[in-house]
Design a protein around this ligand. Structure first.
Ligand code: NOJ
Length: 441
């Protein structure tokens, strides 16, 4: 017998996933397309000191011209799903200009996925903003949600022929924090008040997008990708550590999702009270990477008085990205299940240039997904981050998340060994006992 939490599985039996399970990978426009000249990230990359090693997205993975080459690889690796995003600044490069050619290219890309038996999930906003929008005040303006809604209204109809699974926003809480509170992302804000203002607009923008997509495509499934991270008290016996860990959990994990479920943020009602957002989530999108231990620290008000760190001695991924903690995925799936909706794991992965932890990571995380499904949690798909190495925001090209290695200078592709491990799982819809024995922790 193998023990999985409270469950036991007969030895030598593979973990069988539901037949209609989506097996895929995730990417985002700016990280893979190249030459996204008209967004705020492109401008940010040109400023000295913003990106590690002075890296720039540049041609990225050359998807604007050649995404199909990587779609071929994804199909060869037996993937049947892919989550990608559309770049607002390409489609609306100026307030009064809509680029039909760009829309045409997205139609082509989605069609190309379909032709290869890969079902697309389309994210409408993944961290980047058109420069004109950012220059006018971005998500701090009262009309931000309305401007985003206008874009959604324009982009969904031509893409609806190929996609009916939509993510309005990617990781809104983490994004607002990095953009407006810690200031490591554009526009480099450093105030909690600004972050909270943006969050309210994002929630309104999400709610508007949800309704627009449903009006245009009644059968659509619409959600957003919520960043989940585990926060465990550094010292479980300390009530202070327990309180700050719980507050971080409530804010990071649940603020936005509560907003879309009930229209207000349960733990922080003053944050974003947007009644019209209630009931605007058809599925829970789970982005899960890691966990923190949290200790009470009076000097860190921006972090809700918590000092976060990685459990000493725990296995970690490259660049101190965080602890590798597979059981955390099971725990966040339990959290996600509280919202009583189908669940997609919209991202899960690790930076691992040498690929000596990725196979183990995939198998041991999928084992936890299987455990959740077996207990009745409705997980419908898993999108590994990422198909290819890509531009990792402020970390530039230094973190390698790809199943496939990419040299951005030559655009050479080299599938890593873990790509075949994942391909075997995707192809059979099962994790074999041999893999479990070899890799799972
Ligand atoms: C979160 C983001 O959605 C994605 O853009 C990023 O590259 C990965 N996680 C890895 O950090």
């Amino acid at each position: 017998m193998i023990t999985l939490g409270a469950m036991s599985v007969p030895e030598h039996s593979p973990l069988q996933f539901p037949p209609d399970f989506r097996w895929g990978t995730a990417t985002s426009a700016h990280q893979v397309e190249g030459d996204n000249l008209h967004n705020d990230w492109w401008a940010w990359e040109q400023q000295p000191g913003r990106i590690k090693n002075g890296d720039r997205s540049g041609r990225a993975c050359d998807w604007w011209d050649h995404a199909e080459r990587d779609f071929d690889l994804a199909a060869k690796l037996h993937q049947n799903a892919h989550r990608l995003s559309v770049e607002w600044s390409r489609i609306q490069p100026a307030p009064d200009r809509w680029d039909e050619e760009a829309i045409g290219r997205y139609r082509e890309m989605l069609h190309a996925l379909r032709q290869r038996g890969i079902q697309p999930m389309v994210t409408l906003h993944h961290f980047t903003n058109p420069l004109w929008f950012a220059d006018r005040g971005g998500w701090e303006r009262d009309d931000a949600a309305m401007l985003f809604a206008r874009f959604v209204e324009r982009v969904v109809p031509p893409l609806a022929e190929f996609a009916d699974l939509w993510c309005t926003l990617n990781e809104p809480v983490g994004w607002a924090f990095s953009a407006y509170v810690s200031g490591i992302w554009p526009p480099g804000g450093r105030s909690i008040r600004r972050g909270l203002g943006a969050l309210t607009q994002l929630l309104q923008g999400h709610a508007a997008a949800y309704r627009i997509v449903h009006r245009l495509q009644p059968q659509a499934q619409v959600g957003f990708a919520n960043y989940f991270r585990l926060f465990d008290p550094a010292n479980a016996a300390s009530p202070f550590d327990r309180i700050v860990a719980r507050q971080q959990d409530r804010f990071v994990n649940r603020a936005f999702i509560d907003g879309t479920a009930i229209g207000r943020v349960r733990a922080f009602p003053w944050v974003a009270n947007v009644p019209e957002a209630a009931g605007t989530m058809d599925f829970v999108g789970v982005n899960y990477y890691t966990r923190d231990l949290v200790a009470f620290d009076l000097h860190r008000p921006k972090h809700l008085f918590g000092r976060n760190f990685t459990a000493p001695g725990a296995p970690i991924s490259d660049g101190e990205y965080g602890e590798i903690y597979p059981e955390g995925l099971y725990r966040v799936l339990q959290m996600a299940a509280e919202y009583r909706k189908p669940i997609f794991i919209t991202e899960n992965g690790l930076p691992d240039e040498d690929d000596d932890r990725r196979s183990d990571f995939i198998v041991s995380h999928l084992r936890q997904v299987w455990r959740a499904i077996h207990e009745g949690i409705p997980v419908r798909g898993y999108y590994h981050w990422s198909l290819v190495d890509n531009f990792e925001w402020a970390a530039g090209w230094s973190l390698k998340f790809g199943l496939i290695e990419v040299d951005p200078a030559t655009q050479t592709r080299t599938p890593r060994p873990s790509a075949s491990v994942y391909a075997e799982i995707c192809g059979g819809g099962t994790v074999s006992f041999a893999r479990l024995e070899r890799f799972a922790r």
